[in-house]
Every structure is written in structure tokens, then in C-alpha cells.
Design a protein around this ligand. Sequence first.
Ligand code: BES
Ligand code: ZN
Ligand code: ZN
Length: 477
Amino acid sequence: MNIKLISAKKPNKDDLLIYLIDKNTNIAKLDLPDNFVTYIKKQLKENAKSVDLFLNAPISILFIGDEEVDFQLRESIRKMGAAMIDKLNSQRVKSVYITDLTKTDRAAYFFAEGMALSNYQFEKYKKEQEVNSLQQIRIGDANITQGKLDRMKNVIDSVFEARTLVNEPLSYLTATQFSKEIKRLGKASGFSVEVYEKKKIESLKMGGLLAVNIGSTEPPTFSILEWKPKNAVNKKPIVLVGKGVVYDTGGLSLKPTANSMDFMKCDMAGAAAVVGAVNAATLNKLPLHIIGLVPATDNRPGGNAYAPGDVIKMYDGSTVEVMNTDAEGRMLLADALAFAKQYKPELVIDLATLTGASVRAVGDQASSLMGTASEKTKASLKASGFSTHERLIEFPLWKEYGDMLRSDIADLKNLGGPTAGQITAAKFLEHFTDFNWMHIDIAGPAWLHSKRGYESKGGTGTGVRLLYHFLKKISEA
Ligand code: BES
Ligand code: ZN
Ligand code: ZN
């Protein structure tokens, strides 16, 4: 799983050779015997996407398509990389050498990215653990420097950390354990971590987080991550907030088990993405001051669990009438957003597996975006969505949607109506902000029920590459 990405002028003798070609490639340049060239040309004429040969060593020739939209072409190259690695691991190949003979911009880079991203494994709980064979991807392309590959690797490692955090079950990853994992990463990578324990959370009166936590025997945590390099280009920090519900039973508004509660260990995927993004920004030393906030607890129906009808006083002093205890994510996110005000942030982005409505609206192909940040900022985030293929679809925050949250006895309800659930959830969060803000509902793509391209079944780590790409652009502007 821990693959090396190496920039190399020449292949090693044991490398499996991969050639990337497109319709402009002169096959004769491959320096292969005539009968091989004739064979390849014939295969391509018959629309083959790849040709496997053996000449002293195995050789794979992959045909890069020529779709019009370049982000789609990049994605299909990543997916070719993913398909290739499955094949290589099943053949127990250890090392490959990629030669790019296409006119496509950075084809070898995206191919290697797809390969590396799909080499993820989560075997921890198996008695017999399988280990992927592939250990090295060597790339012969003068434009793809070792520095670029190292930075890519740091981002991919951060995606893997996020996937593993999501894949860890509640039996291991309690809120306390989650905060320990964040500390471990902070120490290893170089960002600072402060963890507020239950007492501190109580003294701060984080009523939303505490309400969700009442039904649990495990204490909540509130982790604060910070990457503040001396050369930061921003005076005011960018704050990332992640929903850290380590398990969502729904609480007293209990979820059914099948296809619902059975994968709710994924409900801290927003927090995992924030942790992964801060980790990647730190490892690659982005010149940006970034703060990450992770409110964490499980949502359970035990003991004095908060109940529908309860009125909760939140961290910012607002009162919330709880209509459904399964709308818990917004309760703790609201406290974290209000907490972010003290930083006078330049921008706040929260990520959350917040609503089934987002899944119904956009499926697992995209996340829902809503926010009060400028059109320019939202456009930049959406562009990063296309570049990384972690796509975003924007929904409006029209004030009429906010009317659906009116309560007779409190400042607002935690539930809108039966429709537009991802929007009313965002309207709820908006109430607790006074800064430029974007909310990303990742409920669809955070968890996959079957493998897709370079994304593993289970936790995908969605959000890490998106946020990193976006933050990098800000740091370069
Ligand atoms: N964690 C869920 C949302 C979710 C659904 C995440 C599917 C991943 C996949 C969230 O806490 C929830 O239960 N939301 C409710 C809100 C409703 C009660 C207003 C929902 O969407 O059904
Ligand atoms: Zn819920
Ligand atoms: Zn939830």
C-alpha cells in the first residue's frame, strides 16, 4: 500500500514497461520489432484500449482517449491507472516504468495518481492479510520532477489517512480515540493539536455538541488543529470545520439498520477530510495559516439522550427546538461554526455527511455546495472540484428556505420540511456564521458501497484532494 513514486531517466531491468500513447503517437518510435508494431496498429484499429506484449520483459501499451473536456480526460487517465494497478497486483508485479508518448498534458502524472490512489488497503482486522505487490512507480518524464511526485504522495497519504479513519469502526474509533489519532498525525507531520475534553466543552457551554453526546457513555472531544507557517500569505486564518459524528444511530429518532445505520461509522468523514487536508497542507508546507475544528461524539439513544421536543441552548446562546435527534450533525457543527467567529477568519469551509437529501439530489457523483462566500470564491472551489474530480453542485440559500426552520418556542428548529433537506440543513448552519462561509455536504461520495475506479469500497477520503487543491491555489494567488 505504501508505494514509492520515483522520477527516473531509465527503467530498471525488472520494471514492467508501460507506454502511454494517443492517436498522435508514432508507434514506430517505441523501438519494437516490425511485427509488434503491425500487431499494435491492428489492435488499435479494432478499438482496443490496451495491448499487452512480451519482449524480454512484459510491456503494456495504453491508449489515452481524446475526450473534449480536459477534466474528463484526466479522470479517465486516473481510472486507467486504477485498472492497471488491479491487474499488476493480481500478477504480483513489483515495479513499473511509465513512458508518456502522448500530446496530452501530464498524462503520466494523472496515470500515476490513479495508480497510487487505488493502491489503498484496509486489512487491519483480518487474520490473513493480503498485501499488494506493487512497490514502485517510476516515471520517465522530465516535466514530472521528484518534487512534484513527493507532493502528490503527501496528498495521497493524507487521503489514505482519511479513508482509514472512516473505515475504523466505532469499536475502535470513539471520539477520544479520534482525537488521539489527530494528535498522532499532528506530531508526525508538524501541525499543532489541542484537544478539549468534556469538562472544557461543558465550561464553554457547547450545548449542541453536549446534547448529542448525552445518550452516549463515551465523552465528546473538540479538537483544534493549526498549521501556521512563518511565511503564511494570509493574515486572517482559513478555518476548516468537519462533522465528527463517530457513529450515528439516529439517537431516539433511531435509524433502521440495513442500508442506513449499518454504514454510519462514516459519519465523521467530514472531520476526516479536514484532518487529511490540514495534514497534506502541512506536509507540503503550504504558506497558509489554516485552522481545523473537529467536534466529535457518537449519537446514541441511551440514558438521558436528548429527545424530540427538547430545547437546547447552543454555544452562541441561540436556542434550538429539537424535532429529530437524527439531525444531530448540524447541532455540533453549529457550535463549531460559532466557535470559529473568534478567529475573525478570512473564510470558513465546513464538510459534513449531513443529509440523505443531498444523496437523493446528487447521488454519489457529487457533493452539495452552499454558502455565503463570494461568487469568485465559490467558483474557485467548484473549479477545484472538477480538477480533482470531487465535484460540487451548488444549491441556493434563499431566505424562504430559512422560514422552514421557524419554531414556536425557540429561535429555530433543527428540522426543515420533507423537501430540500440539504438546503434547510445549510440554512440552519448559516444562522451560526458571521463570516465568508461555504458548506459542503459530502453524504453521497464519502462512502461507496462498491469500489469505483481509484476509490475503494467504504471510506473514500473525499474532500482531502478537493480542499488541498483549493488551498494551494489560494496560497499561490
Ligand atoms: N448522518 C446522516 C446523514 C447521512 C445519510 C450521511 C446518508 C451519509 C449517508 C444525518 O445525521 C441524518 O441522519 N440526517 C437526516 C436528517 C433529517 C432527520 C432531517 C436525514 O438526512 O435523513
Ligand atoms: Zn443523523
Ligand atoms: Zn449524522
